[in-house]
Design a protein around this ligand. Structure first.
Ligand code: MG
Length: 352
C-alpha cells in the first residue's frame, strides 16, 4: 500500500489478498476474495491461516453442482473462520449468478444499480492531514465521511473536522477502543452533530452501547454484528441506531442478507463497510450494497486509492460520489489474469 491506514487497532501497511478461483465443467469461472488482515482485529484470522484453511476446505467442493441453494459456507466451515471462508462463497455465488445469466446484484435481490459512496479516514499523525483527507473526499462529491477516533485522539479531531465542514454528514469510528468508564467523555461528541459514533465498545458489550445511546449519541455497530443472532440481540438490547455490514467479516453474503432483512424489518438503516479489498472483493461488496436496506452511503473506496495495483478491468470507479454497478452476469468485470499472476506469491490448485 502506498499510504498506511491507521485505526485504533493499529497500522495496516501491507495488504496481502487471498483470491479464490472456481471453475465449472461448463467453463464458467468465479472469483472471490478472503480479506483477512494481518493484524489483531476483532477477528484473529491471518492470511497464512486463511491459505491453510482453504487448502483443507476447498477439496470437498470439487464436483459439486452449481445450485443456488447450496450453502458452500456451511459445507466448508466447521471452524469459526468467517473471513477465510468468505472467498469460497464469493467465488461460488459469482458462478451461480453467471449460470443464471444475471448480475450478482440482481442475484442478491437488488433492483437499483447505483451505490452511494462514503469514505473512511484513518488516524493521522497531525490534524492537518486528517483535514486534508476529508477535504479531498468532500471535493470528490462524497456525501458522508467517517473519521477514525481512538483514546486521546477524539474530541480534537472531531471538533476541527466539524468546524471546517459544518454541513458534512460526519461519523466517528472508534473500532472498540473505549470502555464503559468513557461514556461521559464520549457523550461530549453530541456537540458536533455526528450522524453516528461507530463501535466505541467491545463487540459483546451491548449494555455500554445502549447506555451511550441513552445520552443521545447515535450508535452504529460494526464489530458486534458477526451473524444474525448478534444483530438480533443488538436490536433487542436497544444497542444501535444503525448497522455497518461487512459481508467479509460476517463470512457470508447469505448470512449478511438475513441481517439486512432483519434490519429492514426493524427500521435500522444500513451501510456497507470495506476491508481494503482488491477490486474482486470490492465489486462483490458493491453489488450487495445495492440492496434496498443500504440507505446510507457505503465505504466503497476504489482499490486504486489504497493499493499500488489492482486486478479488475474496468477499474472500480466512483464518480461524483456514485458507483455504477455492471449489469453483466456475475461480478460483471474481467479479471486481469496476467496481472494477477504477476502479483501472485503462492498458488494452489485443486484437484492437484
Ligand atoms: Mg468500523
Amino acid at each position: 500500500m502506498p499510504h498506511p491506514f491507521e485505526t485504533s487497532f493499529g497500522v495496516i501497511a501491507d495488504r496481502p489478498a487471498v483470491i479464490v478461483k472456481l471453475t465449472s465443467d461448463s467453463g464458467l469461472v468465479g472469483y472471490g476474495e478472503s480479506s483477512t488482515l494481518d493484524m489483531p482485529m476483532s477477528e484473529p484470522e491471518t492470511t497464512a491461516e486463511a491459505v491453510a484453511l482453504l487448502q483443507k476446505k476447498l477439496s470437498p467442493l470439487i464436483g459439486m453442482p452449481i445450485n443456488k441453494d447450496l450453502d458452500v459456507v456451511k459445507l466448508s466451515a466447521d471452524d469459526r473462520n468467517p473471513v477465510s471462508f468468505f472467498g469460497i462463497e464469493g467465488a461460488y455465488l459469482d458462478l451461480v449468478a453467471q449460470s443464471q445469466n444475471i448480475s450478482l446484484h440482481h442475484f442478491f435481490g437488488a433492483v437499483q444499480s447505483k451505490v452511494e459512496a462514503g469514505e473512511s479516514v484513518g488516524l493521522h499523525p497531525s490534524l492537518g492531514e486528517v483535514l486534508a483527507e476529508v477535504e479531498k473526499y468532500v471535493s470528490a462529491g462524497l456525501s458522508r465521511v467517517k473519521v477514525k477516533i481512538a483514546h486521546g485522539r477524539d474530541l480534537d479531531i472531531i471538533r476541527e473536522v466539524r468546524n471546517a465542514f459544518p454541513s458534512l454528514c460526519l461519523g466517528a469510528d472508534a473500532n472498540t477502543d473505549y470502555t464503559r468508564g468513557d461514556i461521559d467523555h464520549l457523550a461530549k461528541l453530541a456537540e458536533y452533530d455526528l450522524a453516528f459514533v461507530e463501535q466505541p465498545f467491545k463487540a459483546d458489550d451491548y449494555a455500554s452501547h445502549a447506555a451511550l445511546r441513552r445520552t443521545g449519541i447515535k450508535i452504529c455497530l460494526d464489530e458486534t454484528i458477526r451473524d444474525f443472532e448478534t444483530c438480533r440481540r443488538a436490536i433487542q438490547e436497544k444497542a444501535c441506531d444503525m448497522v455497518n455490514i461487512k459481508p467479509a467479516r460476517i463470512g457470508s453474503f447469505r448470512e449478511s442478507k438475513k441481517i439486512h432483512d432483519l434490519c429492514v424489518e426493524n427500521h435500522i438503516p444500513l451501510f456497507g463497510g470495506g476491508r481494503l479489498e482488491t477490486g474482486i472483493g470490492k465489486t462483490a461488496n458493491a453489488a450487495f450494497y445495492a440492496l434496498p436496506g443500504f440507505t446510507e452511503a457505503s465505504d466503497i473506496t476504489p482499490p486504486q486509492d489504497y493499493l499500488e495495483s489492482d486486478v479488475i478491468i474496468p477499474p472500480f470507479e466512483v464518480k461524483e460520489g456514485i458507483h455504477e454497478i455492471s449489469n453483466l452476469p456475475g461480478l460483471g468485470v474481467t479479471i486481469n489474469e496476467e496481472k494477477l499472476k504477476g502479483l501472485c506469491v503462492e498458488h494452489y490448485t485443486f484437484p492437484r
